[in-house]
Write a protein that binds this ligand. Structure first.
Ligand SMILES: Cc1ncc(COP(=O)(O)O)c(C=O)c1O
Length: 410
């Protein structure tokens, strides 16, 4: 276990010790989140802003930690809009995502959002008509899907090919013509979010350069007046090899050079990052309930499962974890163990898909020990089907900076 998980491990040990039943829980270290976000913001070039895509994890302690650090939040539904506005009435908010309803667009117009990212020509017409009815003007970005020079090596591709996301770049002239009939909508620039899970900083820089060069071309070809370019999120977390993460410092240096080289200081460049901001502050912990052997393999059944933590299933990987040995054992039956062998970690669901990690070697693991799944702060609890089988929900623990220090000192 590397030391950044010490405080989370100590908190898990404490919570399990206080529980009367086998325990599982999410633990978030808000101090890690604060430090990570501060580093990202501090290293971005001067004309770049960092937004947080709250779909990754919209719990209020996460949002409250990030709100003073980031330039705003990206939301993708009226539920997220109401959620954000209830606590952050003045923070800049942008609204993206497919399938916006008329009611959502109307609410966005009434709430005076900084930008609405328009996903289709149909949405453009509906937004324009709603703005006209209200006699308001609204700044927009067009979300564009465009061909990419290199096939991205990522788990999730939202563009560069036929997808439901954004407007096909080939339709841009038609779209700009349509916009002329809606003076209520002010086009400030373009939004790109074509992939998610990028681990290669060099490839990400090349992708951004492709966006920027394409946009410069559109400035000349279509007289597009660009003030703002949103380059989306999409920076990945290396779940398969956690020691080798995206090289953010190298990326930030490369971006500074790219902006200088292309003389792009006239544009405001925005990132709206979810996974890479929030994943590393959280962990999902399960107590070992059972250990069994079947057809030559060893299965470890943990308290909880993919109904709490769907990330490994959604991404198709074995999720990284470490074993936290718990010495206390007071149950009136033998303490089963797995020693020096590969184990497959499963949950309590009645489906063979409830697998969190497959054939991973462990030194020792016993009933009652805790399995700590790291990098579980983003797209984890919030993308899971919580009530399948109606097991109890996991405990949710947020360690503030002060609590983090106390736990570390224990
Ligand atoms: C439009 C948009 N922006 C930003 C994000 C955040 O992406 P990530 O979590 O990969 O940074 C997403 C995620 O799906 C998205 O759809």
């Amino acid at each position: 276990m590397s030391s950044e998980w010490n405080r989370i491990a100590a908190a898990a040990r404490r919570a399990q010790g206080a529980a009367s039943e086998p325990w599982c829980g999410y633990i978030y270290d808000l101090e890690i989140l604060r430090q990570h976000a501060s580093e990202l913001v501090a290293t971005l070039p001067a004309n770049c802003d960092l937004f947080y895509a709250i779909k990754a994890n919209s719990d209020y302690p996460i949002l409250e930690t990030l709100a003073p650090l980031v330039a705003g939040f990206e939301i993708a539904s009226e539920g997220e809009l109401a959620w954000v506005r209830a606590r952050f009435p003045h923070l800049p908010v942008v609204f993206g995502g497919p399938g916006k309803t008329d009611a959502e667009l109307a609410q966005a117009l009434d709430t005076r959002l900084e930008y609405i990212h328009v996903e289709s020509m149909g949405e453009l017409v509906r937004l324009g008509l709603l703005a006209r009815q209200r006699d308001v003007s609204q700044a927009i970005l067009l979300r564009i899907n465009l061909p990419l020079p290199e096939a991205p090596d990522v788990p999730l591709a939202m563009g560069g090919q036929a997808t439901p996301f954004g407007i096909d770049a080939a339709l841009l002239p038609e779209c700009l013509q349509l916009l002329e009939s809606f003076p209520e909508l002010r086009l400030d620039g373009v939004h790109f979010h074509l992939l998610s899970g990028q681990l290669d900083a060099g490839a990400h820089l090349r992708l951004l350069e492709h966006y920027f060069r394409t946009l410069e071309g559109w400035e000349h070809a279509h007289g597009l007046s660009v003030r703002h370019v949103n380059v989306g999120g999409g920076i990945g977390v290396n779940y398969r090899d956690p020691a080798r993460q995206f090289d953010w410092p190298g990326f930030a240096r490369g971006l500074n050079r790219l902006i200088d080289r292309m003389d792009l200081s006239r544009w405001r460049i925005r990132f709206e990052i979810g996974r890479y901001l929030a994943a590393s502050c959280g962990a999902y912990a399960m107590e070992v309930l059972d250990i069994k052997r079947c057809f030559g393999r060893t299965f470890v059944v943990g308290r909880g499962g993919t109904h709490h933590f769907r990330t490994p299933y959604a991404q198709g990987h074995s999720h990284p974890f470490f074993v936290l040995p718990i010495d206390r054992w007071s149950r009136p039956y033998p303490r089963l163990a797995a020693t020096d062998e590969p184990v497959t970690i499963v949950g309590q669901l009645c489906t063979p898909k409830d697998v969190l990690a497959t054939d991973i070697s462990v030194d020792e693991l016993r009933l009652g020990d805790l399995l700590i799944f790291t990098f579980a702060g983003a797209y984890a609890w919030h993308i899971s089907h919580h009530d399948f089988l109606r097991h109890p929900h996991p405990e949710q623990i947020f360690l503030s900076a002060q609590e983090s220090l106390n736990v570390a000192a224990e």
